[in-house]
Design a binder for this molecule. Structure first.
Ligand code: 9G3
Length: 574
């Protein structure tokens, strides 16, 4: 391929809106162009990388017994009515009508579509297990699409669905997928962790997320640094050990004036008590009304745990007006005593024997509050956000946290959709049984961006060899000099004949521009044809390390192939 005829427009400047490195580099290097918020075109370089990621995914899905299908993006609303999810999802679900006024949505995921397909075709246990997958565009109307391909409103996902006769079959396929995902992300050159994840509205029993470690990641992973332990979980789900420390001693409750003192830290300091003796009361709005959540003052509320406990679809902090209305006081003075809202109490609150809480009136707090005596503790659960430094729930070591990009997620679904959508089979005894399902997603375009987050330097992208859009670029320094042009053409042809994916930078550009673009796009190998051309020598450079070698123009093919073979080594020990 010759660069003068290749559609790869690079940018010198970075659009201000690009906040993370992968977004900046993919725009500048000519891999993507924005159409609208969260909607991108993959240019030829981007499409080539996307195809390589998809090829790796296909190989591993097929190896795990998956059969590739392609389901429509247009989904009849009727399917979502039957699963009960049409009402569940709000503005995030792209909805539209056809010319007859019938409702459809643009598929954000395909549980309904694939289960209805299987329900119609599978009758007997002999047809199970069945693993069907697709690599297809998905549509989710994110409120805040950002970070380029990392959080788009249209993106490419591989979604695989497993259908088994029973839970043990599902378990087997679940762990087979876990291994397949490990191979996919290893081959893609990602530094990733598989972490226990929240199963969210899906329910089901367990779920793992595959997190590519990166500062730009929106997810927070808490993990145990002890090598022999290996505990790692999305902070939404992470547990820690319940501290047994009792705080304060029982005394009669007392009202104290705390003029203008409202935050936990301020109240604790004002009263000369540790912040863990304050009981923090946060009021939330859900579609079922307002609720109050209580945690120890030195903790944070885990809203995902709270939402799962309440089984609600919407959970937002109540506004100051709503708090005022419900408690008679501004947010900083809300408290559980005498509050006519459901109270969800974190387990640790029970250990506070003389707590401080807002008195539900301005500028006043109750002290020596005893949970159970002074406010009800029927709804007792874990709604605490784990923080770095908290003891590992498995081995007690202090947990650490890191940010991650969720590039894959696998779920055990069970028979939730099968029962809803009538996907049953007859077992050996001719008895009707529900099919047991799992679902497994990989963000293809998100993986592309995650790779750039992990593989770049100040010059640009450094593609892992397995994903590079081209393996080598041949770069004549002065295209106008005949011997450089001829040697470049010769080397270009030699590499092509050896099956190397090679691009010839035949532009009449200054050398500096060519070098910068080659580093920006991130080809693994650069073959420079410069002043040594007249002695028949060229320079080979390995982008990742900057190492260079002088080679005769005849041996370039052998040398470059050897380099690329070496790069092809995939660390099998994961
Ligand atoms: C929706 C909308 C957004 C959604 C969903 C449904 C996430 C939804 C969860 C999943 C679970 C798995 C198969 C591949 C792997 C992930 N966002 N989820 O169900 F209507 Cl608007 O998608 N699906």
């Amino acid at each position: 391929m010759r660069l003068t005829s290749y559609f790869a427009p690079t940018l010198r400047e970075v659009p201000a809106e690009a906040e993370v490195v992968s977004h900046q580099l993919l725009l500048r290097a000519g891999f993507i162009r924005k159409v609208a918020a969260g909607i991108y075109t993959l240019l030829p370089l981007g499409q080539r990388v996307c195809q390589k990621i998809s090829a790796i995914v296909r190989q591993e899905m097929n190896r795990a017994g998956g059969q590739e299908i392609l389901m429509p993006i247009l989904q009849p609303a009727e399917f979502w009515h039957r699963s009960g999810r049409w009402e569940v999802y709000g503005p995030e679900l792209f909805r539209l009508k056809d010319r007859h006024g019938r409702d459809f949505c643009l598929g954000p995921t395909h549980e309904e579509m694939v289960t209805i397909l299987v329900a119609a075709e599978v009758r007997s246990y002999k047809q199970l297990p069945l693993l069907l997958y697709q690599i297809q565009n998905k549509y989710r109307d994110e409120r805040r699409p950002r970070f380029g391909l990392l959080r788009g409103r249209e993106f490419i996902m591989k979604d695989l669905y497993s259908f088994d006769r029973d839970w043990s079959g599902l378990e087997e396929n679940y762990w087979k997928m876990y291994e397949a995902y490990t191979r996919v992300f290893t081959r893609a050159g990602l530094d990733f962790r598989a972490v226990e994840a929240d199963t969210g509205a899906i329910g089901g029993s367990i779920s793992h997320e595959f997190m590519a470690l990166a500062e730009a990641g929106e997810a927070v992973v808490v993990y145990c640094p002890a090598a022999r332990c290996g505990y790692a979980a999305n902070v939404e789900k992470a547990e820690t050990v319940l501290s047994a420390e009792e705080i304060g001693t029982e005394k009669p409750m007392e009202l104290v004036s705390t003029p203008g003192v409202s935050s936990v830290e301020e109240v604790a300091a004002f009263l000369g008590l540790p912040s863990r003796q304050v009981i923090k009361t946060m009021i939330y709005r859900t579609e079922k009304g307002l609720v109050a959540a209580l945690v120890r003052g030195d903790r944070e509320i885990n809203e995902v745990k709270l939402q799962n406990y309440l089984g609600v679809l919407e959970l937002e902090l109540a506004s100051a007006e709503e708090v005022e209305q419900a408690t008679g006081a501004p947010p900083g003075f809300a408290g559980p005593v005498g509050l006519s809202l459901p109270l969800v109490v974190d387990r640790e609150v029970l250990l506070v024997k003389a707590g401080v809480v807002g008195a539900n009136r301005p500028d006043a707090h109750w002290v020596n509050v005893l949970p159970g005596r002074d406010f009800p503790v029927e709804r007792l659960t874990d709604i605490r956000q784990v923080s770095p430094g908290d003891p590992c729930p498995r081995c007690g070591q202090p947990l650490q946290s890191v940010r991650g990009i969720e590039v894959g997620q696998i779920f055990q679904l069970g028979d939730k959709y099968s029962k809803l959508l009538n996907a049953y089979f007859l077992d050996e005894k001719g008895e009707k049984q529900p099919i047991v399902m799992g679902c497994y997603g990989i963000g293809i375009t998100r993986t592309l961006a995650a790779v750039v987050e992990q593989h770049h330097d100040e010059e640009g992208i450094i593609w892992p060899f397995s994903l590079a859009p081209f393996e080598a670029v041949v770069l004549p320094v002065h295209t106008e000099e005949p011997e450089q042009r001829e040697v470049a053409e010769e080397v270009y042809r030699q590499l092509q004949e050896r099956g190397v994916e090679v691009l010839l930078d035949d532009r009449e550009e200054r050398a500096g521009v060519k070098f910068k673009d080659a580093d920006l796009v991130g080809y693994p190998v650069r073959v420079t044809v410069g002043k040594h051309a007249r002695e028949g020598k060229v320079e080979i450079r390995w982008r990742r390390t900057g190492e260079t070698w002088l080679a005769g123009k005849e041996e370039v093919g052998v040398k470059v192939s050897a380099l690329l073979e070496g790069a092809n080594f995939v660390p099998s020990n994961r």
